[in-house]
Design a protein around this ligand. Structure first.
Ligand SMILES: [Mn+2]
Length: 342
């Protein structure tokens, strides 16, 4: 399998390293393609010694990072790969991802579901916000930390890219359009792409996002006892490798029980010794949970999951008292929304 990522910030090198070594552990035959032109010497030196990393010195992300994902995916497809899968550099793998790719038809796009959000979830509001008629509702918001495409999807990638470059992207309804993933979700719900089959990594089961406490709730964590650990772990919010040892950020509950950090600890031996200080930042609670659940990183975060599930419930109850915008299949942009010129 061919995967693609990009990260050129020196401070985020530990995350990129973890993605590479975790992928190699669980799927040694897979390749991780990385545009190399803007990488620092240190990153280049380490990455060039990884057996599964393919550095592309002739591939870079144009002038803006807004459209980096569709742009790089298109470039890789142009090189003749049958399927290419974008992975955010703040992801790591805990088991072989192959089951999610077996049996995917060439027509199918694979994305990740966003974590639980009590308001403005789904694709309908996003389709309307980019000026399109709603052809279907996927039922979840798209998280573009994983986007897997084939040559059948160049039209989608083109449209995604041009929207990210447009003025509409800057002026769209911020409740629905915050990042590139909202545009992708909106397009997949629109008439133009409403027939494209979409498969999704289920949030809290196939992928655990590490952003809000409720992204990986108490019951989802308990369910890993039967379903196994999520195979994708996404450090979406907390970048625990950046935090100075002993800092308030490093000591916070979310950092202490971060699923990404606890999985990273299992790969400590694969990282350069000077990149591992953040993995040793364990307070009493983190140490206790690791002792209670030596083989179950998801269960070490049960206190966090309990807080998250409680908050999610509170949000759901609060929203019963609020008026939420509603959307339905067939709905068109109204109220003077411009028809999208792109
Ligand atoms: Mn990410």
């Amino acid at each position: 399998m061919d995967f693609l990522t990009f990260e050129d910030r020196e401070q985020d090198l530990p995350a990129l390293m973890l993605l590479a070594v975790s992928l190699y552990r669980v799927s040694p035959g897979s390749r991780l393609h990385i545009p190399a032109r803007d990488l620092g010497e240190r990153a280049l030196d380490w990455l060039s010694r990884q057996p599964n990393v393919v550095l592309h010195r002739d591939l870079w992300a144009e002038d803006t990072f807004w459209n980096i994902k569709p742009y790089l995916l298109e470039q890789m497809l142009a090189r003749g790969l049958p399927r290419i899968t974008w992975l955010d550099a703040d992801l790591m793998l805990t088991a072989d991802p192959a089951p999610f790719f077996h049996g995917l038809s060439d027509d199918t796009v694979l994305v990740a579901q966003e974590g639980f959000r009590s308001r403005f979830a789904g694709t309908g509001g996003r389709t309307i916000s980019i000026g399109r008629r709603i052809a279907r509702e996927l039922g979840y918001s798209v998280n573009s930390c994983v986007v897997s495409v084939t040559a059948r999807h160049t039209g989608l990638l083109d449209r995604w890219k041009s929207f990210l470059r447009s003025d509409l992207y800057q002026t769209a309804d911020r409740r629905f359009i915050v990042g590139d993933q909202d545009v992708l979700g909106g397009l997949l719900g629109s008439e133009e792409f409403g027939q494209v089959p979409v498969a999704a990594l289920r949030t809290g089961r196939d992928i655990a996002h590490d952003m809000l406490p409720g992204d990986f709730g108490f019951f989802q964590r308990v369910a890993t006892l039967t379903n196994g650990e999520p195979r994708f772990v996404h450090a979406q919010g907390r970048k625990t490798w950046r935090y100075a040892p002993g800092s308030a950020d490093a000591k916070s509950l979310q950092s202490q029980l971060s699923l990404h950090r606890h999985w990273a600890k299992t790969l400590r031996a694969d990282l350069p010794a000077d990149q591992t200080a953040w993995l040793a930042q364990d307070g009493p609670l983190s140490r206790l949970m690791a002792r209670l659940f030596p083989r179950r990183p998801s269960l070490r975060g049960l206190p966090l999951g309990l807080i998250g599930s409680t908050l999610n419930l509170a949000y759901i109850l609060r929203n019963k008292l609020r008026r939420n915008p509603t959307f339905h299949v067939g709905q068109t942009p109204s109220g003077g929304s411009p028809a999208s010129p792109i």
